[in-house]
Design a protein around this ligand. Structure first.
Ligand code: IVH
Length: 668
């Protein structure tokens, strides 16, 4: 019996590991997410019944239960060097000359890799098992972040069988994909927490957490790009070694290329400079490496950086513009956020008119004032922000922008948070907060109610027609048509959209409630776990804390939300008005509309964020791919679709728009 279980557990572990490999390394999964989850639950159940058979490298053992007190120091067996940087093609050619001179031959090749914008990590595998993960630190000594690294699903805890050296140190980059970064910052902004300036800071911040349960929720990823100490070199050159690492089950960037000479290197660099926005993660340049290990050794290093390797960095895309005014926005939990209105300027594919200034500390640090010329940049190529004020261009003596003492909307005195960084309006009846909560509720990432935009909500709040979410579902035609510029047709459309939202999936309703710290992703986890809002409302703190990926802070916030009588009353009223969220399991009945389909998404969609569309495709049985090929079943093209759309046209791949997609999945 015990033996049977042991064999079954071993078999399931191996199978799950293989599927992780197919998903994360090969980018070619063989089973649906649901089938994968089924395997995972089987394993978890068996292990629960036989706890003595749990091994540390089981796929269920990624997240440890208890936070650390501190990180231990680790001395690297081989120092983790840095790389020399260049910003110009001339310097790349000069590097090539030095290589040719150093090797006294022209018989060498380069490997050209993407320079992933994350942080360097060393993973040590002994007998194929991950035993240590350390940050670079000062190059000689770093932090032991094994617990946190174990939570990264693309990092194998056990390598695939094969000729894996006894000791294998793998070096690579931990990074946060753009979608995860955008989602994390959205959640943090919503929860009145400091947002991260870029995906690299977000990745670094997530690895520095002592509680690996929080790291687990951050969706970090990893690419291997080199070796540290090894008991045996797995190949003669870098390119072949990377392929070996991929064979061992490690994620290696698929865009790595060999180049015969510097002309080819430069061509590849130029191409990626052009195409970098298409990637799902941020790169800040390219890394060029001499391929053969003997040649690398012959060139040696300067102590700080190797002579066989150079980083070609892309200058960050920036634009200069002028701050026309500085607004103070009131968030749905009352936080006051300064926002710069800008003279419209084109930056990395979009026209930017506004940029967040994060908080008043940042305003003071930048010393930004109305009329200032500023440099803006996009954080993670997504969120525009002011990075520099050109003080030398300032005309006259504009007044400094001071934190307000009163809420700009309701006029009540404001309060500083514990850290003294955020300023908040604490008037629960502040109409600005109500308006923000409503805007969020109807937003495309939540209940997605078409035709109910900010202008209409403003009127509804002002006229006293809507004072909570439930009131939306109690609106009457007669009242609506009396509003300014409201025709009968529009009023009917509005009521129609509100009606269509009543059976929205449960996670959308949970997300829409605006519970602090709970974003779309957490809402999905909660919906999946509880299956109904009633069960979630009744959940005890302990049960909430035990849910995978729900940290203690979020658990407390959820618990508190449902202990508030006003919140409960509004939910009851919504139910009475006919809101009946679709239960998560209803989706999985019968054949899935996108079963077996590989879909590439490009451009901006109206009803889904990046993360949501990926989840929705998966939920309906489809597979999301990031690049268009002949194997792509269709390309879903939104606004401002770029080169992926062109590629689809070139290959004759079916292109659909958002409306067609929504019809496919029967989304109202
Ligand atoms: S090779 C001795 N390859 O860039 C060579 N580094 O600016 C070690 N990085 O510390 C690094 N992508 O964190 C290498 N494909 C890549 C990389 C890469 C990102 C980072 C790495 C390094 C930093 C240097």
């Amino acid at each position: 019996m015990e033996k049977d279980a042991s064999r079954q557990i071993e078999r399931l572990c191996a199978e799950i590991r293989r599927h992780d490999y197919l998903y994360y390394v090969k980018n070619a999964p063989e089973i649906t997410d649901r089938d994968y989850d089924r395997l995972f639950s089987q394993l978890r159940e068996l292990e629960q019944n036989h706890p003595d058979l749990i091994t540390p490298d089981s796929p269920t053992q990624r997240v440890s239960g208890r936070p650390l007190d501190e990180f231990k120091n680790v001395t690297h067996a081989i120092p983790m060097l840095s790389i020399d940087n260049t910003y110009s093609e001339e310097e790349l050619r000069a590097f090539d000359k030095r290589v040719a001179k150093g090797l006294e031959t022209l018989q060498y090749q380069y490997v050209v890799e993407l320079k992933i914008d994350g942080l360097a990590i060393s993973l040590r595998y002994e007998d194929g098992r991950l035993v240590l993960a350390a940050t670079r630190g000062n190059g000689t000594t770093g932090d032991d972040v094994t617990e946190n690294i174990r939570t990264i699903k693309s990092v194998p805890l056990k390598l695939l069988d094969g000729d894996v050296p006894e000791v294998l140190e793998v070096r690579g980059e931990v990074y946060m994909p753009k979608a995860a970064f955008a989602e994390l910052n959205r959640q943090r902004a919503e929860a009145d927490e400091n947002t991260f300036a870029n995906p690299r800071n977000a990745a670094a911040g997530s690895l520095k957490l002592l509680d690996s349960r929080i790291t687990a929720s951050r969706n970090l990823a990893f690419f291997a790009y080199g070796l540290g100490q090894t008991s045996r070199e797995p190949a003669l050159g870098h390119y072949a070694a990377l392929q070996k690492l991929a064979d061992f089950g490690l994620p290696v960037n698929p865009n790595t290329q060999k180049a015969k000479n510097m002309d080819e290197v430069i061509e590849i660099c130029r191409q990626w400079h052009q195409k970098k926005a298409e990637l799902d993660y941020q790169i800040d340049g390219m890394v060029v490496k001499v391929d053969r290990f003997v040649q690398q050794q012959a060139l040696g290093s300067t102590g700080r950086a190797p002579r066989w390797c150079i980083a070609y960095k892309f200058a960050a895309e920036q634009a200069e513009t002028v701050v026309t005014s500085i607004d103070v926005q009131v968030g749905k939990t009352g936080t006051l956020t300064p926002v710069a209105n800008l003279e419209p300027v084109h930056l990395a594919g979009t026209t930017v008119k506004r940029a967040t200034l994060h908080n008043f500390d940042e305003v003071a640090r930048l010393d930004v004032r109305q009329g200032d010329a500023v440099i803006i940049e996009k954080a993670g190529e997504i969120i525009p922000q002011v990075v520099q004020v050109l003080h030398q261009k300032r005309k006259g003596n504009p007044r400094p922008c001071k934190p307000p003492a009163n809420c700009p909307v309701c006029g009540d005195p404001v309060r500083k948070d514990e850290n003294g960084v955020y300023i908040r309006c604490v008037n629960a009846a502040c109409p600005a907060q109500l308006l923000e909560r409503l805007k969020y509720f109807v937003g495309r990432g939540q209940m997605d109610i078409e035709h109910v935009g900010p202008a209409l909500l403003e009127q509804l709040v002002e006229k006293g027609l809507v004072a909570n979410f439930a009131d939306l579902y109690r609106l009457h035609f007669e009242k609506l048509v009396q509003l300014e510029r409201m025709g009968e047709k529009s009023a009917a459309n509005i009521l129609d959209s509100i009606e269509t939202s009543k059976p929205r999936p449960l996670w959308r309703l949970i997300a829409g409630l605006g519970i602090r710290h709970v974003g779309g992703q957490s809402a999905e986890i909660l919906a999946g776990h509880f299956g109904s809002l009633e069960r979630l409302m009744d959940a005890g703190l302990e049960e909430l804390e035990q849910i995978d990926q729900i940290g203690p802070v979020m658990a407390q916030s959820i618990y508190d939300f449902f202990r508030n009588e006003d919140n409960i009353a509004v939910i009851r009223q919504m139910f009475e008005a006919g809101v009946h969220p679709e239960k998560p399991q209803q989706k999985s009945r019968g054949k899935q509309p996108l079963e077996g389909k590989t879909i590439v998404v490009t451009g901006t969609l109206e009803h889904f964020t990046r993360q949501q569309i990926q989840q929705t495709i998966k939920d309906h049985g489809g597979k999301v791919s990031s690049s268009v090929s002949k194997k792509t079943d269709f390309v879903l093209a939104g606004q401002e679709a770029g080169s992926k759309l062109a590629k689809a046209q070139e290959l004759g791949v079916t292109i659909i728009d958002e409306k067609q997609f929504r019809e496919m999945i029967h989304y109202g």
